[in-house]
Design a protein around this ligand. Structure first.
Ligand code: PLP
Length: 401
């Protein structure tokens, strides 16, 4: 019998970020010195006090099933975090813990979407939003946020995108893939629109909350507009801030009924997130954040160096991102041009293929994020690698005609 995937899965694209990483790996295996700017995770290690908490959890035998959506200690740490850092008041029954930020978002969608329900989000978007919506039977609708608005949507665009079928707005700030962060007044302007559409629920994706630069201050929707608290799911996780991508802990605070529906999903699918990782996350959320200062300073230095390289490349432009560790380079001026090796560039996928094959630099095409023409550069890699990648990028740009 030949394998046939389900109709739901057939509508889904595999992760393009993983595809680039795979291609880069293949070239590296052939001996090519590829510099990967595709990483979606910090190149720093998990802080020691967090690792220690996990070791202690193992030693204490905390290795069994836990309550489906999180141990009480972690829920309390999350309640405290939301209050301390975001001015949001939740009780433990309003908190969900899952194996990563990704499942948190998926659980919320699968718990709420019916066929035909629309989910709106700004583009360029994180690759998984449209695919998760499709898997859940919903209709993804992206709102184009171009470079002219710093890759942010305007209140008018939001108003135009909302229909009677809109179930959710997914709002990711700072953003993957652009690093764009919305200021408090910018969020306020969007919440004014949302107030007049009471059927729309809001899912924030605050994964990059702690990776921000300069005088940018992170804000989240329910904090900026308390009247939206009742219909907002505030999602976050320890993956990026604490360099804990492999530990798989994400969490959310939101309406009790939604949290309980998400628990029902987990009870019949994943069950609890890893018990040991949950104890590590307790240490992360209750512990100091001072290690972030040095790490963010390193990210900022790398960001600025890469922005300088992009500015030196004729035909590329990128606004300075407020947060995360990505730069989204707009490359419309390269489309229709030819590389030094004679490759004609019709799309940003061609651009990224040429970058990889001719300059041995791996970046992810804007097409993967609904953001063509452009490409995403992750600067979560060493200063030396970035210095060399910048040189290669400039060399390639110089040869384009
Ligand atoms: N949201 C955004 C915007 C992300 O970039 C990521 C990871 O790349 C996630 C959510 C998922 O995080 P996790 O690894 O905790 O599932």
């Amino acid at each position: 019998m030949s394998f046939k995937q389900s109709d739901a899965l057939a509508r889904v694209q595999p992760s393009a970020t993983l595809a680039v990483t795979q291609k880069a790996r293949e070239l590296r295996d052939k001996g090519v010195d590829v510099i990967s700017l595709g990483a979606g995770e910090p190149d720093f290690d998990t802080p020691d006090h967090i690792k220690q908490a996990a070791i202690e959890a193992i030693a204490a035998g905390k290795t069994k099933y836990t309550p489906v959506d999180g141990i009480p200690e972690l829920k309390q740490a999350i309640v405290d975090k939301f209050e301390r850092e975001n001015g949001l008041e939740y009780t433990a029954s309003q908190i969900s813990v899952a194996p990563g930020g990704k499942p948190i978002i998926y659980n919320a969608l699968v718990a709420t979407l019916n066929p035909g329900d629309e989910v709106i989000f700004p583009a360029p978007y994180w690759v998984s939003y449209p695919e998760m919506v499709r898997l859940c039977g919903g209709e993804p609708k992206s709102i184009r946020a171009g470079i002219e608005t710093g890759f942010k949507i305007t209140p008018e665009q939001l108003e135009d995108a909302i229909t009677p079928r809109t179930k959710w707005l997914i709002f990711n700030s700072p953003s993957n893939p652009t690093g764009a962060g919305y200021s408090r007044p910018e969020i306020k302007a969007l919440t004014e629109v949302l107030l007049s559409h009471p059927h729309v629920m809001i899912m924030t994706d605050d994964m990059y909350e702690h990776i921000v630069y300069g005088d940018f201050t992170f804000s989240t929707v329910a904090q900026v507009e308390p009247a939206l608290y009742e219909r907002t799911l505030t999602t976050n996780g320890v993956s990026k801030a604490f360099s804990m991508t492999g530990w798989r802990i994400g969490y959310a605070g939101g309406p009790k009924a939604l949290i309980s529906a998400m628990r029902k999903v987990m009870s019949q699918t994943t069950s609890n997130a890893c018990s040991i990782s949950q104890w590590a996350a307790v240490a992360a959320l209750n512990g100091p954040l001072d290690f972030l200062k040095e790490r963010n300073a390193a990210f900022l230095r790398r960001r600025d160096r890469m922005l300088g390289d992009i500015a030196a490349c004729a035909g590329l432009s990128a606004p300075a991102p407020e947060g995360a560790f990505y730069i989204f380079a707009e490359c419309s001026a390269w489309i229709g041009k030819t590389t030094g090796a004679g490759t004609r560039l019709e799309t940003d996928v061609d651009v990224c293929n040429a970058l990889l094959e001719e300059a041995a630099v791996a970046a992810v095409p804007g097409a993967a994020f609904g953001g063509s023409p452009g490409f995403r550069i992750s600067y979560a890699t060493s200063d030396e690698a970035l210095l060399e990648a910048g040189k290669r990028l400039r060399k390639m740009a110089d040869a384009i005609t």
